[in-house]
Design a protein around this ligand. Structure first.
Ligand code: G3I
Length: 451
């Protein structure tokens, strides 16, 4: 769609959007909240990354339209998708997402203008002067096409290195234009669409660390010199190697105190059940505790299409069922569920298999002991379970009953032998005999997972 047509189309949909908002307001008094409506009650948006290729899937689109108030194209606005060869812009897939969002009254985040990744090879082959022109042309091309239609743009993405140095990451922009490329990008972006909020976006900057300190110092410098920057995006991709930092809220707050908004831009947390739900709660509570936290975006609608799908990091499972993490987020946002819907906060049974595991020592003698791990199904029946038990390094297991172990060093992963099927709330367990070999310490039982 041409720029002019995009602007006309936007004006036409504005009336529809206003009507949709009125309908939503009238509806909310009697119906269950959604992520978007509950977040709106807190003055925040609740968004998701969207892939144009999934918009034809009815369950995907129904979930998207029902729950979210903002969308971020997951890949469709990146440089390789929009300007694959110099000066030739293609907006077909991105337009599809923006048009869909506008038809539903959702806002759109722009992701991303200047990034070292998903960059067509022609960009890397330019000399400095040409590269500067190409960068500005790219910013103007995208922001011009969507002028007035994007609430926040990730102007520069991931420009700092991981690790303790706080240094800039090597990229064609950094290597050829130097540190000043970020400032040039933001100045160009402000002129291209003065209404859009301009964000710097990065990962592993979620807690206070060398990388977030480096971003902090850049933002502080920009604010002191009048370089236009309105927001900082914290991607928030979490898993057991990179858990939700204990100083997450403090980190968001110190950026907000510089005079910028903060946004949680690509949230996903690997895991399942109540542990995952608790982590999501921490993130939502942190955002709500920081006045300038404008909103949250999860990095996908359903686990099955996540970039980390094996880690089931999102709020809806592969069948679009609400997970415990969904209930936790809705609840943390102050939303209430529909009493008739078993997926809503406070209701028993959310369609997700879960279990808990507890350990007790059942016999003890000088050189060894017997341990018992009890597995209890959550509020849904389960057909199998998996538990890890980490033994102190010296100890060894001589026998195990009512379970099937596999070993990795001193970690045993135990699955059922005959006892995988449990009714909701029912228990089973396995036992083992261990030799102490000089250590009387207790083993550690990990999270129980079920399906
Ligand atoms: O569409 C093609 C398909 O035609 C082809 O058959 C297939 C073969 O590999 O590739 C498909 O493209 C993939 C694309 O995702 C769409 O699924 C690309 O290979 C793949 O590289 C691309 O990954 C994206 C990744 O960014 C690229 O860096 C992920 O979807 C996207 O979630 C991820 O998002 C990033 C953010 O932009 C920045 N922050 C980190 C975040 C996670 O990595």
């Amino acid at each position: 769609m041409s720029m002019t047509l995009r602007r006309l189309s936007r004006a036409a949909t504005a009336g529809l959007v206003a009507a949709a908002a009125l309908t939503a307001a009238a509806h909310s008094a009697e119906a269950a909240d959604t992520l978007g409506s509950a977040a709106a009650g807190q003055g925040r948006y609740f968004g998701t990354a969207v892939a144009a290729s999934h918009l034809g899937e009815a369950d995907y689109t129904a979930t998207l339209d029902r729950e979210f108030s903002s969308v971020t194209p997951e890949n469709e606005m990146k440089w390789d998708a929009t300007e694959p060869s110099r000066g030739t812009f293609t907006f077909t897939s991105a337009d599809r997402i923006v048009d869909h969002a506008q038809s539903q009254g959702m806002d759109v985040r722009g992701h991303t203008l200047v990034w070292h990744s998903q960059l067509p090879s022609w960009v890397g082959s330019l000399g400095a002067s040409d590269l500067r022109t190409a960068m500005k042309d790219h910013i103007n091309g995208l922001m011009g096409h969507y002028k007035g239609e994007i609430h926040s743009w990730d102007v520069v993405n991931e420009a700092f290195q991981d690790g303790g140095s706080g240094a800039r990451r090597s990229s064609p922009f950094q290597d050829k234009l130097g540190d000043g490329f970020i400032e040039e990008a933001f100045r160009t972006a402000r002129a291209a669409d003065p209404a859009a909020k301009l964000c710097y976006n990065d990962y592993n900057t979620d807690g206070v660390n060398a990388k977030s300190n480096a971003v902090y110092n850049m933002v502080k410098d920009f604010k002191s010199r009048g370089v236009p920057i309105d927001c900082v995006g914290f991607q928030s991709h979490f898993n057991s190697n990179s858990p939700v930092p204990s100083d997450y809220r403090q980190n968001l707050q110190r950026f907000a105190d510089l005079g910028v908004d903060v946004q949680i831009t690509e949230l996903d947390i690997e895991g399942s059940g109540s542990a995952q739900a608790a982590d999501y709660t921490k993130v939502v509570e942190a955002c709500l505790a920081v006045d300038r936290c404008a909103g949250m975006t999860v990095w996908g609608v359903t686990d099955k299409y996540s970039w980390r799908s094996s880690g089931t990091p999102l709020l809806f499972d592969g069948n679009y069922q609400e997970k415990p993490a969904y209930d936790a987020v809705l609840s943390a946002l102050g939303g209430s569920g529909d009493p008739g819907d078993p997926g809503d906060p406070g209701d028993p049974g959310d369609g997700t298999a879960s279990c808990t595991a507890t350990y007790t020592r059942t016999a003890d003698w000088n050189s060894g002991y017997n341990g018992q791990v009890t597995i209890t199904a959550g509020d849904e029946p389960i057909s199998t379970w998996t538990v890890t038990v980490t033994l102190p390094a010296q100890q060894s297991v001589s026998s195990l009953w009512n379970g099937t172990p596999t070993w990795n060093g001193n970690v045993m992963t135990v699955k059922p032998s005959w006892n995988g099927t449990l009714a909701a709330g029912a228990s089973t367990g396995f036992g083992f005999t261990a030799a102490k070999n000089g250590s009387d310490a207790a083993p550690t039982v990990g999270t129980c997972t079920a399906s």
